[in-house]
Design a protein. Sequence first.
Length: 270
Amino acid sequence: MTKRAWGAVVAALLAACGDTGPSTTPSGQSESLRTQLLELGAALMQESTPLAPMDIYLVGFHPLKDDPTRQLEAHHYCSQVNEDFAQCVLFDGNTRGANMNGVEYIISARLYETLPEEEKQYWHPHNYEILSGQLVAPRLPQKAELALMRSKLGTYGKTWHFWNTGHYGTTGDALPLGAPRLAWSFNRDGEALPGLVEERDVRMDVDTGKKRRAREALAAEAQPQAGVDALRGRFGRETVDLPGVRDVAAPEEPVAPEGDLPPADSNAPH
């Protein structure tokens, strides 16, 4: 069986476990018969070669960097290009009708250190996503998922969302509007909106707490990362540090839990 055929089998298995449909329906008329025939012809005669390697499926969460109260669930379909670089297309679900709403590039710590200082502000750290259990690879056996998460420990992501298809608790736009928004990562307990992770877990039959416990040993391998404190104090709630997640600029001893304060303009209209 070819890699592409295996990818189709895997996709079908994933869709059968915890379907997550799109939260927004794009504006427009239903496809005409002519369009459907053109699609059928294209499927028979053309190859989707660049998409074939995108066989790694991850589900996590992104707050927007300029407004971290805007948070969304992101379905990543990724291709591991080489040991240091992966590229992902982001969707708001895992069904055929899911909306493509962003992209993410993932690089190793080694490549991150080669970036110009000004560029580094766009790249978020991944250690909390992994150690907290929030980032999951649906349908992978626990040992395989743990190995995958270990390989992503210490990496950084650059994520742009082009379309607000529905931040948690809000209604999405019927079309991609405005400028792309830079997304970030959660880096402390309490930063995710209440219900965001829990709702995903119920819908997709995921146990984030169990995954977190299974990954505790990875904390000893985690090195401090840049960007962990980039959104500190921006969530308006008390947050708690997680062992293994520390900013490179932070003191050696973890900072005691404290109440985050929202930015001065957090109540401004959007």
